[in-house]
Write a protein that binds this ligand. Structure first.
Ligand code: MSP
Length: 535
């Protein structure tokens, strides 16, 4: 990359089935992707963040029938609900792909043709169990008591039909080589080992068309078949950036830097998908990162398992005194999910734990730092940032060093998608800034006119810490960062506004000029009194 050329960063979420409504599980992946996208924008990268909806599933078709509408009508009603949900929850996706769009269909047909030309598609008959929730064929030996291991409450269906198959069995050695040569390809490590073990146990060819299903993209040159929903869905990662419709754009963005997924769909993304790409002669994504599952008091979040928590409800519960999620409630929902559960592991949520952490980290530590700093400035110097003394003493030097150290560790954690680790680094700075103010006792310095220089230094350093924190928290807390930028009267970060500033522009110490005006504004994170929801 030549200096001045922003690096490209293309990231995706799974595309969600439209028969469901967004719940906290979907929100979790989407929020992680949003934080990552905002972080890369803040770094000045040419970022492209994709999400969308998976509309050709059998579940969708059946759901439409239940509701007595055509499948088309049904998906056209449901897809906008997903779009609106993300828009209302500050999700900053650059595109939203629907698998029923023409641009998608064109690319899927192109990919099938390429794979067929490579000789990796053949005709056969399939007979065996199928789980409609997974949209996947199982081997008898993988069923548990004759049921799907992931959806034991759903009946398994028996399928016998003529299909087109993809020669997955031919790709085991190449996949294994790729994964071994590129440890970053499947993350975290536990998931990489799982994928390697699956490959070792032998890969079976899989059917990529369905005969009995009518809702889907017709198979090229055989209208009696539709393309299997996973083959269709995975291809969204290509079609959204122009595969089959805009070659130049495609070459600019592909391969993706990261596909964020839940661990439930690992095999599709780390085995099927790279094999399809290898067959078509296309580059592989750099990383497939599978995060863990969220549970609510030990119960799985999904409609079929009986727990369906809407992300709106979560944000609203974190908004004191209102049923509508405020900017602080939405920020808090993002922060708490990513801070509470190390990314990659499973985690259990309780409202009590979230509320405790909200009050400790957001209302007390961060919110308090912001309001006390701006209030002291207002009270002591009418909001004006004072001139710090020219010579740098040891305690100021220690602040500089800590900022440098924590920022480096923050970037390293973000590069590893270790969101909770990145937040720990930011909160080290929050803690130190609060500690610095308390030790320095500006309220005492102020009483003694001979200590004016010392007071100016403390005020300057506190304001400067808050300014730097505004940018560092911004991918996680875009609402608070926007508000703080206003109160500090500094440029908005690129993570919250496309005309904003990147980290390089703002991160070095001393960004605030003496004489700069600040203002006091609304409290960022009002305290929450009680755990409100029980479910
Ligand atoms: N349509 C497929 C994906 C196709 S991608 C080419 C699909 N859709 S889904 O609507 O079922 O969404 C699944 C994804 O939602 C999971 O991979 C995960 O990212 C997220 N989650 C759903 N429930 C979850 C939890 N309880 N916890 C965390 N994430 C979960 O599969």
């Amino acid at each position: 990359v030549s200096p001045g050329t922003p690096s490209k960063y293309y990231l995706t979420t799974p595309i969600y089935y439209v028969n469901d409504r967004p719940h906290i599980g979907h929100y979790y992946t989407t929020v992680a992707a949003d934080v990552l996208a905002r972080y890369h924008r803040l770094r000045g990268d040419d970022t492209f963040f994709l999400t969308g909806t998976d509309e050709h599933s059998l579940n969708v078709d059946r759901k439409a029938r239940e509701e007595g509408v055509t499948t088309r009508e049904f998906v056209d009603k449901m897809a906008p609900q997903w779009q609106e949900t993300w828009a209302k929850l500050d999700i900053s996706n650059d595109d939203f792909i629907r698998t029923t769009e023409e641009r998608h269909k064109a690319g899927v047909l192109e990919l099938v043709r390429r794979v067929r030309d490579a000789g990796d598609i053949f005709e056969g008959t399939y007979e065996g169990p199928y789980c409609v929730s997974c949209e996947r064929f199982y081997l008898e030996k993988d069923l548990v008591d004759g049921r799907c291991p992931l959806h034991p409450s759903r009946e398994i269906e028996r399928v016998e039909e003529r299909n087109f198959f993809f020669r997955l069995s031919a790709f085991g050695p190449r996949l294994r080589e790729h994964i071994k040569a590129h440890p970053e390809f499947v993350q975290p490590e536990e998931r990489r080992n799982e994928v390697l073990a699956t490959i070792e146990s032998g890969l079976e060819d899989f059917s990529i068309s369905r005969e009995s299903v009518k809702w889907g993209i017709p198979f090229p040159d055989d209208p009696t078949q539709v393309i299997y929903v996973w083959f269709d869905a995975l291809t969204n990662y290509l079609t959204a950036v122009g595969y089959g419709t805009d070659e130049e754009r495609f070459r600019h963005y592909w391969p993706a830097n990261v596909h964020l997924i839940g661990k439930d769909i690992l095999r599709f993304h780390a085995i099927y998908w790279p094999a399809m790409l290898l067959s078509a002669g296309l580059p592989l994504p750099k990383t497939v990162f599978a995060h863990g599952f969220l549970y609510f008091k030990g119960r799985k979040l999904s409609k079929s398992e009986g727990v369906m928590l809407s992300p709106f409800d979560l944000a609203a519960q974190l908004t004191p005194g209102s049923d509508e999620p405020s900017a602080s409630g939405r920020d808090a929902a993002r922060y708490l999910l990513l801070r509470h559960v190390p990314f990659g592991r499973d985690g259990d949520i309780t409202y009590e734990a979230l509320v405790d952490r909200y009050n400790a980290d957001l209302a007390n530590d961060f919110g308090n730092l912001a309001s006390r700093t701006l209030k002291i400035l207002k009270q002591y110097t009418d909001g004006v940032v004072p001139q710090p003394p020219a010579e740098v003493e040891a305690r100021t030097e220690a602040l500089h060093a800590l900022v440098a150290e924590a920022t480096t560790a923050f970037h390293a954690a973000m590069d590893d998608l270790d969101f909770s680790g990145a937040l720990e680094q930011v909160w080290r700075l929050v803690g130190r800034a609060n500690g610095y103010i308390e030790e320095s006792r500006p309220w005492d310095l102020r009483k003694d006119p001979s200590r004016e220089i010392a007071l100016n230094l403390v005020l300057y350093n506190a304001a400067e810490m808050l300014r730097i924190l505004t940018y560092l928290v911004s991918p996680f807390l875009p609402g608070a960062a926007d508000e703080l930028a206003k109160q500090l009267r500094v440029p908005r970060p690129m993570s919250v506004h496309k005309d904003g500033y990147t980290l390089d522009d703002v991160l070095s110490w001393g960004g605030l000029a003496a004489g700069h005006m600040t203002e006091v504004g609304p409290v960022l994170f009002p305290r929450l009194d009680k755990p409100v929801l029980t479910a």
